[in-house]
Design a protein. Structure first.
Length: 362
């Protein structure tokens, strides 16, 4: 809610006087935007129609947050062609110069810009809309003047003008903000190094062939790009060459990927083969080694075969124990020819022994 300015608070004249009546008027200046869901309005749509006196402020007073019944109205102007981060940072500084500020941004028209500065990439409508969608902007002034006049400052009730401190020579003046600085209404901002509209245009001019080829590839005609027939054919041929290079590059990448996968699979196969080989060698040695199961089995079978082929020995209680194992007993009818009896008595003795042997067998 706006605060009523009374004569007692401002030290004005006695109640009932014309000055007191004027100071009792409420300030109805537009307040800063509290929501960012809509673009900033244009000045001719919501102009400041406040009837309260617009007192001149010093920078020290504005930094303290006074006056409390209205925001400090800060003005920043420019061309704002190819709106970029440098523009946004400058407006952010202008918006945050004071605790309670209302930022008005003036944008020059195409006619004025082409007259004093040069041709623009974006037309005035596009530049107006770009400023309306900047979060720091509270109000946009279309067709802003090139040089600020007292009438313009009074119309929009501007307290301070924000711009970088570098002298801006144009329209036959060494510095178009000189009279603003002398009036104590100038507040400097810092430029963002490394980016400007001129830098962006320089990049486009430097890489013109690249952008022309890209836009031809996207469907723009040579007439729209303002290129000759020969240049068009050259750009299209270069596009085909680039496509072929891209295909070759993709094939090389896929080949490298395939080779990598084959090497990885080969490594896995070799590792598995080594593991299987060790397992096979271990099983072979366990079976056919010096102390393997095959040797023990062979020894057992050899012992069984030898036992099967060798004759059994006679038991200890056999009647033929006293006989020699190497000599088998002769049949009773075999007569020892090598040693004939020397006498008839010996012959009869041998016959009697043979008969006794027969009886024993019986």
């Amino acid at each position: 809610m706006p605060v009523r300015a009374t004569g007692a608070e401002s030290g004005a004249g006695a109640p009932g006087s014309p000055s007191a009546a004027m100071e009792e008027l409420e300030h109805t200046c537009p307040q800063p935007r509290l929501t960012l869901t809509a673009p900033a309005p244009f000045a001719d749509e919501t102009s400041c129609q406040c009837q309260a006196p617009h007192e001149k402020l010093t920078i020290a007073q504005a930094r303290l947050g006074t006056p409390v019944d209205r925001p400090v109205r800060v003005y920043a102007d420019g061309i704002f062609d190819l709106f970029h981060a440098g523009h946004a940072r400058a407006l952010m500084q202008a918006k945050t110069l004071f605790p309670n500020s209302y930022l008005l941004v003036g944008v020059c028209s195409d006619d004025l810009t082409h007259k004093f500065k040069g041709f623009t990439v974006m037309n005035e409508t596009e530049r107006y809309e770009a400023l309306r969608h900047c979060r720091y902007v509270d109000e946009v002034i279309r067709d802003a003047p090139w040089t600020l006049t007292p009438e313009f400052l009074e119309k929009h009730k501007i307290d301070f003008v924000a711009h970088d401190d570098i002298p801006y020579s144009s329209a036959g003046s060494d510095d178009v903000y000189k009279h603003i600085k002398e009036a104590g209404m100038f507040v400097p901002t810092q430029r963002t190094e490394g980016i400007s509209t001129s830098d962006i245009i320089t990049r486009i001019v430097r890489d013109y062939d690249v952008y022309a080829r890209r836009n031809l590839q996207r469907g723009y005609t040579a007439k729209e790009l303002n290129v000759s027939f020969i240049s068009e054919k050259k750009y299209r041929f270069q596009n085909h060459v680039d496509k072929m290079k891209e295909k070759v590059k993709n094939v090389e990448e896929k080949s490298k990927e395939f080779v990598y996968k084959v090497e990885e699979k080969s490594h896995d196969l070799i590792q598995k083969w080594e593991e299987k080989s060790r397992e096979f060698i271990g099983n072979f040695l366990e079976l056919f080694g010096p102390d393997g199961a095959w040797k023990q089995m062979f020894q057992e079978r050899s012992g069984r075969m030898l036992q099967a082929f060798s004759p059994r020995q006679s038991p200890n209680s056999s009647p033929t124990r006293g006989r020699s194992p190497s000599r088998s007993p002769s049949p009773p009818w075999v007569i020892n020819k090598a040693s004939p009896p020397s006498s008839p008595k010996a012959a009869s003795a041998s016959l009697s022994s043979m008969s006794e042997g027969d009886e024993d067998e019986k």
